[in-house]
Every structure is written in structure tokens, then in C-alpha cells.
Design a protein around this ligand. Structure first.
Ligand SMILES: Nc1ncnc2c1ncn2[C@@H]1O[C@H](COP(=O)(O)OP(=O)(O)OP(=O)(O)O)[C@@H](O)[C@H]1O
Length: 302
């Protein structure tokens, strides 16, 4: 029925929010089946799970597989974890899309000082807390959700440090309404993600490459737009992207709509290539390189 991704800094009230949301959903008129997937369901220790990259990847992998197994048309799954990396939220969005269900992100927006204090107070309550090194590292690496990204949308924001969270917090009520609302084909105010050939065949390991490609191609576009605006309409002999990449050879000003169109076509073509057996670019460098070659071919022939 739906996938809800809770995200926020460490110790920002995510589990409290997940519980309030699940209770509010169960008490709603629709009374859906709700399940929370979190680290505790797998008896995973916070400090061990975030001790290093392999452990963190393992934790994400375990949670993702469980979400993959659990997404269904009959229940609401709430993933209560940091979900702090954009690429990971993208992977979860892909799982929801492959299942053809609705999706949303609930963000606990709490200032670091409050999270730190609440984490320190955990000791007195006898609750396990993050050790300081891990806490600082997680705070530094947090990638805030941005509602302009389809994998961060719709986004319901809460501020637990300003008045707490309960079943009647505005964001909880909005999320409940979104998750249980009947679909109205006229207003289209509820998005049911539609599986496409690409998402049905995309394995989660490939989701990362799609995300990389999305980001890498956007960076190339930004570099072109930046170079053109610096040249103030004057001639440009090759736009250098650095990092050993070939330069982009644009002999005429190319507008943003044209660049966006080329980017969309490239992503589509690369997706089709992956369906026909050849893998899509697996890292940012290969994605950028392929996109630059494609742009040079397309822009050179026009
Ligand atoms: N609004 C609040 N005001 C004061 N303390 C709070 C508030 N919300 C949560 N806490 C306290 O902060 C601690 C962490 O809460 P919670 O487990 O909900 O956070 P979390 O973000 O899920 O943590 P983690 O990152 O470890 O999963 C708990 O001790 C909780 O009582």
C-alpha cells in the first residue's frame, strides 16, 4: 500500500515519530496494517552498525532487503532508520516504485545541539546511545531531504525539539491523510508510483548506478551552464570538467532546455542499454565520460 521513509540526524526523535505515525494510522478510519522496520528488529547495535563503511553498508543492505520483501499493496511499511544518504533514499523509492505503491518521506528536523543533548541524556535513562565519534561522523554526513527530488517527495517535516511529536502533530496528520486518502484521478493529489520496465528489472544493486548517473549527468550540465555564463555569450573552445575527463566541445551557445532534453534522452538510452545486457555506468566517472561523449556527438553534428 505504501512505503514511508523516516529520516533525520542521529537521536532526532525518528523512532518516536515512527511510533506516533503507526498509531495514528491504525486509529485512522482506514485502519491499515502497519509495520515498522528498524535496526532493533534485527537486534543490530547502533555503534557496531555505524562503526565503519562495510558495517554501515551491511546495515543498509539488511534493511533494504527486508523492505523489498515487505512492500505490498496491503500494508504500510515504515522504515525507521537514519536514511541519511540521498542515494539510499533513492533505492528505497525504486523499491516502492517497483511495487506500484505510494511513497513519502517524514523528516525529523532537529538541530544538532538538541540531538547531542538527547543522546547524552540516554545514558541516564539506561538507553543505548551513540558514541561521540560515530555521532559526529553521522551528523557530518547527513544529506538533508529536498522535496524537489522525486525520492524525497512528498516530504512531511516535523520539528520534535519545538513542542515534541504526538499523534496530532500537523505533519503526522498530513502524512496519515496522504497515506490513506482515496485516489482521485482528477486532482491527482496522491501519487501511486507506477512500475516501469526499468524499475521492474532494476535490481537494487543497479539502483545506485542509476542514482550515480542522475547525479553525474547533472554535474556535467551544471559545468556547461556555468562555463557558458562566464563566457557571457562569447566563443568557448571546449569546456574542461577536470578529473581526467574529455572536454565538452560546444561551438555555439546551448540553452538549458536543450541540455535537459539531451540528458533525459541519454539516461533513457543508457537504461535501455542496460536492459539489453550491457551494464549502465557503475560509477560517477564512467557516467560522466559516457555523457560527455554523447554530448560531443550530439552537439557536434548539429
Ligand atoms: N521532542 C523530544 N524532546 C525531548 N527528548 C526527546 C524528544 N524526542 C525524542 N527524545 C528523546 O531522544 C531520545 C531518542 O529518541 P528516538 O529514539 O525517538 O530518536 P531516534 O532518532 O530514533 O534515535 P536513533 O538515531 O538512535 O534511531 C530518546 O531518549 C527520546 O526520549
Amino acid at each position: 500500500m505504501a512505503l514511508v521513509v523516516i529520516c533525520g540526524q542521529p537521536c532526532s526523535g525518528k523512532s518516536t515519530t515512527a511510533l506516533c505515525l503507526s498509531e495514528a494510522l491504525r486509529e485512522s478510519e482506514f485502519k491499515p496494517a502497519v509495520r515498522i522496520i528498524d535496526e532493533a528488529s534485527f537486534h543490530l547495535d547502533r555503534n557496531q552498525s555505524y562503526a565503519d563503511m562495510p558495517s554501515e553498508k551491511n546495515l543498509r543492505g539488511v534493511l533494504r532487503s527486508e523492505v523489498d520483501r515487505s512492500c505490498s499493496k496491503d500494508s504500510i511499511i515504515i522504515v525507521d532508520s537514519l536514511n541519511n544518504i540521498k542515494g539510499y533514499r533513492y533505492e528505497l523509492w525504486c523499491l516502492a516504485r517497483a511495487s506500484g505503491i505510494r511513497y513519502c518521506v517524514v523528516f525529523c528536523d532537529v538541530e544538532e545541539t538538541h540531538c547531542r543533548k538527547w543522546n547524552e541524556d540516554r545514558g541516564e535513562k539506561g538507553e543505548p546511545s551513540y558514541n561521540e565519534k560515530i555521532f559526529n561522523d553521522l551528523v557530518r554526513r547527513f544529506e538533508r531531504p529536498d522535496r524537489r527530488n522525486r525520492w524525497d517527495s512528498p516530504l512531511f517535516e516535523l520539528w520534535p525539539s519545538k513542542g515534541g511529536v504526538d499523534k496530532s502533530s500537523p505533519a503526522i496528520l498530513e502524512a496519515v491523510s496522504y497515506l490513506t486518502k482515496r485516489v482521485d484521478s482528477k486532482t491527482r493529489d496522491v501519487k501511486i508510483l507506477q512500475p516501469t520496465i526499468a524499475t521492474q528489472t532494476t535490481r537494487s544493486s543497479e539502483a545506485n548506478s542509476l542514482y550515480e548517473m542522475d547525479r553525474a549527468t547533472q554535474e556535467v550540465i551544471n559545468a556547461i551552464v556555468g562555463a557558458q555564463s562566464q563566457a557571457l555569450g562569447g566563443p568557448i573552445n571546449g569546456i574542461s570538467l577536470g578529473g581526467g575527463l574529455p572536454s565538452v566541445d560546444v561551438s555555439r551557445p546551448v540553452g538549458l532546455p536543450e541540455l535537459r532534453r539531451l540528458r533525459r534522452t541519454f539516461i533513457k538510452l543508457t537504461g535501455q542499454t542496460s536492459l539489453s545486457g550491457r551494464p549502465p555506468p557503475s560509477d560517477a566517472y564512467s557516467a560522466k565520460r559516457m555523457f560527455v561523449d554523447y554530448l560531443n556527438r550530439e552537439l557536434g553534428s548539429s
